[in-house]
Design a protein around this ligand. Sequence first.
Ligand code: SF4
Length: 441
Amino acid sequence: MALSGLDIYKLLPKTNCRECGFATCLAFAMQLAKKTVGIDKCPHLSQEAKNALEASSQPPIKLVTIGEGEDKLEAGNETVLFRHEEKFYHPTGIGFILEDTLPPEEIKKRLEKINKLSFERVGQNLSVNLAAVRYSENKKFAEAVKLAMDNTRLGLVLMSEDAAAMKEALKISAPRKPLVFCADKNNLDEFSALAREFGAPIAAKAQELEGLAGLTKELNSKGVNDIVLYTGQKTVKDKIWDLTQIRRQALKKSNRALGYPVLEIIEEKDPYEEAIAAATYISKYAGIVLMSGIESWQVLSLLTLRQNIYTDPQKPLQIEPKLYSIGAAGDKSPVLVTTNFSLSYYTVLGEVEASKVPAYIMSVDTEGMSVLTAWAAEKFTPEKISDSIKKFAVSEAVSHKRLVIPGYVAVMSGDLEEKSGWQVVVGPKEAAGIPSFLKNL
Ligand code: SF4
């Protein structure tokens, strides 16, 4: 937990020697609390004070990295229980389990499909993060890990409790920084040695939180600090309890032994139940979710949910306010007006594209608010729209003076005509009505 200025002051020598560049130890303590200076500026700190100050500056949930380069996954480093308090920072890593019992051709086929599980939504690319290989026997496991190395750039999870098999798999995949899954009380010595030797993060497994905290402390004492938590197979209800308690313990009780991202594995056979369980864990604190289903409908719904949960609720997704030309828009093309809230713009864009009618979309700066919210907040007004017409030089792009406004703000059409001098046509209320509206315009 972060220390206050006064807490920090109690740890300082209180000699006011000024060597840190501040007039008093208290002034230095206040700047330390604000994180504007580092503890190295005071040469007189005791080891005990250094330890306490360093511990307080660590994030309550450790950031753990799996994989490398652009495709790496970062999990953890969350600071709040509820996203409205601040925001959630590191979106849940979504990964897929590949059994090493599958024929190599099938593994390759699945990896190919997993690699393609990426979608564009409201201007952002959404993609999956991990491929997990699950052990059945040594030779097959090593072969499957090699296939994963050769056929995907995603981060890897090595799922085996056999130390010899894990070592062979790590020899193949160590440069990818895979997650070693998993250490428990029976194999802790061997697995922690492997994680240290290959510089890989490791998952710690125990059914009870107390046992889990004991494991992470032991791993720390062996020099292993990049840890992911796993509480074994349980019902979804019990898992929600674990996930919530672990997050609470880390954030509210400063329990550093549980301050790590949590991994969940979904073993549901029914693809709908699998997607529902994954959605539940993504909503409630899982750092990583592993599942077997790789159907696009499952993954698109999970990526969409994840995108919504990990968007800052205080900063709606916005696009640049301007005049967008869609298709081969020319001087006779219609001009549709909407806001610069990403979801509004991309919904309108999708329907305009579907209509195959070239058009312009004028996105008005409403600070990222949707049509009705912006209208109610007086951010989408006749004045604002008139100003945007001038600012974006719409009359240079088209030879007519006709605007299409969303049906929900039909009430402003008279005022807008007066203020802008443009003829206003009221469009459909819902974007789904745009294709037929444009074709009949
Ligand atoms: Fe106090 Fe250390 Fe700064 Fe000296 S250098 S004033 S002891 S904080």
